[in-house]
Ligand binder design. Structure first.
Ligand code: NOJ
Ligand code: NOJ
Length: 555
């Protein structure tokens, strides 16, 4: 009895000290065996020789790479998985609730009078009144519907019909005279929003907003791509204003592209509808529409228009990268509205930059390589990192997450004071938080897609050190390369995914038990604020889930 007790404590002691010598460094040790992956000619260091060079006297155990920084005091894994399954379905259904003519919308008496194909921003009619169709929200929402149709191999006939109704409806909206102007000189296309029954909104508003036509063109072009891929380029319905993809191109897409080409070098209100200036988000969606539009013009043998669009795309590209001030030599992040940054009114940080990068890039987009600031651009991660670093302190609701290296609630931009109904203090937004998750999923996806090493460099080191890997030193001078699919790569990527998931956990903590989601959540209490059942909130969350699924199957 006594002997077994002694043996037992000896054993405990032994286990304990072994565990102490090797704290969480398992993945790093495996990396040591990964020599064959390192490239002898590389002028950079890979993880192995980096640590060997600098620390060859130090034992492995003192160079810990935490294999999991994610602290399981949040939502348990099972809870998360089952929430995601349910929330994905609920989110999609609630998107459809807000589209006129969809199966669920027709039966919803609240939404009476919504034109078929009209996408309302939210059913909320007072405090705030969001019962309108915004060109921007509608286009982004229908891009999500296109994503669904693509994953579904173009099977869902009622969604196809809904998509064609959206295009049909926009034929009328484009031609509706409104306070931004008319169809004749195309100025009317810059109108931000319309009543749900397709009449013009006549009150004072931040107008024009020149991202709208670009986003609508992006979505409609994407739909034509789907028709080409899955339906021999033929449209599916026969009760619409158009009879062919050529009609869609000529009647609906072309006016939007002409608008973009004509007005990209003119100021307009930003996507948050507050500032009349040049904005990264607006320029970026315009750029994608011009490049994609040019490709489409070629397919329709519209050669002159192709050259016209390409010429404008190149000038706009030049503006975005060099002349606009979106990129500032002194900053490691981009600037959404340079005029505000240069006049010291704003930091320039804005979740619009992340959303722009996401909406203007896709792995299977034919013009992807032409469009700058892809999701893996250092300045995009730099921007998100800076936003996170600001907002984890700015919003009280985030404070308990700070020391845990978990995702936090992200707002529109640091200086925001719009609280969803009035102007007191800004809050975190569901859509900005969901896009943060989506960006991390996509970054991981891009490593696999390009069979690419994970490169930690002086620019992204702080992000990795604070959130993903437990480095001992404060900075690095050379790149650290984690060879593609090495164990260090795998461990790091899995931390990145946990980090992405933790942004979804934030969303999860603040949605209702039924899965309904508004625009914002209170910066102190976390309670939902602003427009209820915001269509864009559902769409952005659904897309984050979509990319999470796509990346998980790669493991
Ligand atoms: C409502 C807009 O949609 C919101 O973005 C903006 O901040 C306020 N109005 C103030 O213009
Ligand atoms: C306010 C947001 O700032 C704007 O981007 C959006 O279009 C409208 N709400 C409608 O959702």
């Amino acid at each position: 009895m006594i002997i077994s007790k002694i043996l037992f404590s000896l054993l405990t002691l032994l286990t304990f000290s072994v565990a102490n010598v090797l704290p969480l460094s398992y993945s790093y040790q495996l990396q040591l065996l990964d020599q064959k992956n390192s490239n002898a000619n590389s002028k950079y260091f890979n993880l192995l020789n980096y640590f060997n060079n600098d620390y060859n006297s130090i034992k492995i155990s003192q160079i810990p790479i935490k294999s999991q920084k994610f602290i399981p005091n949040q939502i348990s894994r099972d809870d998360r998985e089952s929430w995601i399954q349910e929330q994905k379905t609920v989110s999609f259904r609630n998107i459809l609730n807000n589209i006129g003519g969809s199966l669920t919308n027709i039966s919803n008496p609240e939404n009476n009078g919504v034109s078929v194909g009209a996408v309302i921003a939210s059913p909320s009619k007072v405090h705030p009144d969001y019962f309108y169709q915004w060109t921007r929200d509608a286009a982004i929402t229908m891009l999500t519907i296109c994503d669904y149709l693509q994953d579904d191999n173009f099977q869902n006939i009622s969604l196809i019909d809904l998509m064609e109704s959206y295009i049909d409806n926009n034929y009328y909206l484009q031609r509706l005279s409104n306070p931004s102007g008319d169809f004749d000189d195309l100025s009317g296309l810059g109108e931000a929003k319309f009543h749900v029954n397709n009449t013009a909104f006549m009150e004072h508003w931040g107008r024009p907003q020149r991202d709208g036509p670009a986003l609508r063109a992006i979505t409609t072009i994407k739909y034509i791509d789907l028709l080409n891929k899955f339906n021999n380029g033929e449209i599916k319905t026969d009760d619409k204003i158009f009879n062919s993809t050529a009609d869609i191109y000529n009647l609906i897409i072309k006016p939007d592209l002409e608008y973009v080409a004509k007005y990209w070098n003119k100021k307009s209100f930003d996507l948050w509808e507050e500032i009349d200036s040049f904005h990264f988000f607006t320029s970026m969606v315009q750029l994608r529409s011009l490049y994609s539009g040019a490709q489409l013009a070629l397919k329709f043998n519209d050669n002159q228009f192709y050259y016209y669009l390409m010429e404008n795309a190149r000038s706009l590209n030049d503006f975005v990268v060099f002349k606009s001030g979106y990129k500032q030599p002194s900053l490691d992040h981009l600037v959404e509205t340079p005029s505000l940054y240069l006049s010291n009114h704003r930091s320039g940080l804005d979740s619009a930059i992340i959303i722009a990068s996401i909406l203007t890039h896709d792995f299977d987009l034919d013009v992807n390589h032409l469009i700058p600031f892809d999701i893996n651009d250092p300045l995009i991660l730099g921007t998100l990192y800076a936003l996170i670093s600001d907002m984890k302190y700015r919003y009280a609701i985030n404070h308990n997450l700070i020391s845990l290296n978990l995702g936090v609630g992200i707002g529109r931009y640091p200086e925001d004071i719009y609280d969803g109904t009035g102007f007191a203090e800004g809050n975190p937004w569901f859509l900005s938080t969901s896009y943060a998750a989506e960006l991390f999923y996509k970054i991981v996806y891009s490593f696999f897609n390009n069979a690419e090493d994970l490169r930690i460099n002086p620019a992204n080191f702080k992000f990795y050190k604070e959130n993903i890997i437990n480095f001992n030193q404060e900075s690095i001078e050379n790149d650290i390369i984690l060879p593609f699919k090495s164990s260090a790569f795998n461990a790091t990527v899995s931390n990145l995914l946990s980090y992405a998931d933790s942004f979804l956990d934030v969303v999860h903590s603040h949605v209702s038990d039924e899965g309904s989601i508004s625009e914002q959540f209170d910066r102190y209490s976390g309670y939902m604020k602003g427009a209820s059942d915001l269509t864009w909130s559902y769409g952005s969350l659904w897309n984050a889930f979509r990319w999470r699924e796509k990346v998980l199957v790669l493991f």
